[in-house]
Write a new protein. Structure first.
Length: 398
């Protein structure tokens, strides 16, 4: 069963890889200031891009637009503007700190992310371990706000906090007190806050109030069919033999899934739990050619994460990873001439691949890790394992 699950995953890897990134409505300005509308591949840039993929329509081929062809572009609430700026790329890695307190500027052509727009704009630039903030006054190229760690001695690290003085010189408004700059941190949250406060101080009509994004809860009924196997073996010294094996047992399961979709990263991540009952029965012939039977009922309480891969507006693939608390209920293996073996509570894990359609229906292929038990009866050691896979259908109630 494990091989079947791995084969199933591998067959869908190509589909998963293409489902992660999609083209979304956007536009860019060319070198002449003309707005070109179409679709831009939104890859949730962590680092500032040097180029982007553009399509004039959903069916047209994509082309790469570089900084030589566009002055700015917009997609999904993100605006990037091209500027020729002086940037200091001094490392903030402790092992690579400079002994020079002063920034080492170099002129570069970059796409800067617009964070706050007003009489004084705030831009950011991220590139691997480099993060810089820029302030932009009207009709002027953005100026880097200088923050630099440097080495004063082999055991002492200093900070050049020139950005505070830079902002004091520019942010002259009665509502912005100078003592605010003393505690101002070189972080996105702090920078956005003071730029918004300053711009609203200059122009009270500005409103930067953002819509509070909340997570979404979903409740689903999830019946399914499971495919199970069980093996009981005994060992005495170096001698080991199978006592009984149950193969290809078909069972049933019923669960209620509660999912919380997080309000970030384009709703691709969620936390979930699915209290469920599982029912399995089977018959087999043991090593002595005597009949044996298995009756397994369990209550399971999993907690896990889900990641979505959007295929289009209505359909999406997802991957789950769960940790499971397992509580068997009156579950045992009955042997004709030996004492029954009873299942014990424990923990397990599961991974699964599914397809959700129109946020209403789902189909999922789930693989569970094997549950293993070991116990001694006199000089004989018994070990057993229980494996399961399931095909699960889901219906979203809300």
């Amino acid at each position: 069963m494990k091989k079947l699950f791995i084969t199933f995953i591998l067959c869908h890897l190509g589909l998963i890889s293409t489902a992660q990134i999609e083209f979304e409505p956007g536009h860019y300005l060319d070198e002449n200031g003309n707005q070109i509308s179409g679709y831009i591949k939104n890859i949730d840039w962590k680092n500032n891009p040097s180029r982007f993929e553009f399509k004039s329509s959903t069916d047209s081929p994509s082309k790469t637009i570089t900084a030589n062809e566009a002055t700015e572009f917009y997609v999904s609430g993100n605006t990037f503007k091209k500027y020729s700026v002086q940037i200091d790329r001094s490392s903030s890695d402790i092992d690579k700190l400079s002994w020079n307190k002063q920034p080492q500027f170099k002129e570069e052509l970059l796409f800067l992310r617009l964070e706050v727009q007003g009489s004084l704009d705030l831009y950011s630039y991220y590139d691997k371990n480099t993060f810089r903030y820029f302030m932009g006054e009207k009709e002027k190229a953005p100026e880097q706000l200088v923050y630099k760690k440097y080495r004063r001695s082999s055991s002492e690290i200093g900070s050049n906090n020139l950005y505070k003085q830079q902002l004091i010189q520019v942010m002259k408004c009665d509502g912005i007190k100078k003592n605010r700059f003393e505690q101002l941190e070189y972080t996105k949250k702090s920078m956005i806050k003071i730029f918004e406060d300053y711009n609203q101080c200059v122009d009270p009509s500005l409103n930067y109030q953002k819509e509070t994004r909340k997570g979404v809860y979903r409740l689903s009924i999830r019946p399914g069919v499971s495919f199970n196997s069980y093996n009981l073996s005994s060992s005495y010294g170096y001698i080991k033999e199978d006592v009984v094996t149950f193969d290809n047992m078909v069972g049933f399961r019923l669960g209620v899934e509660i999912e919380h979709i997080f309000p970030f990263n384009k709703n691709k991540w969620s936390l979930l739990t699915e209290p469920s009952f599982n029912f399995v029965k089977g018959d087999a012939i043991d090593k002595d050619e005597l009949p044996s039977s298995l009756s397994y009922t369990s209550f399971e309480l999993p907690v896990g994460l889900r990641h979505y891969f959007f295929l289009n507006d209505k359909n999406k693939l997802y991957l789950n990873a769960n940790l499971i608390l397992v509580f068997p209920i009156n579950s045992s293996v009955s042997l004709e001439n030996q004492k029954d073996f009873e299942f014990e509570k424990g923990t397990n894990y599961s991974v699964s691949l599914g397809l959700k359609m129109s946020d209403k229906f789902s189909i999922e292929y789930q693989y569970k890790g094997k549950e293993n038990w070991a116990f001694d009866r006199g000089l004989i050691r018994r070990t057993s394992s229980f494996g399961s896979m399931a095909l699960i259908l889901g219906y979203n109630i809300f």
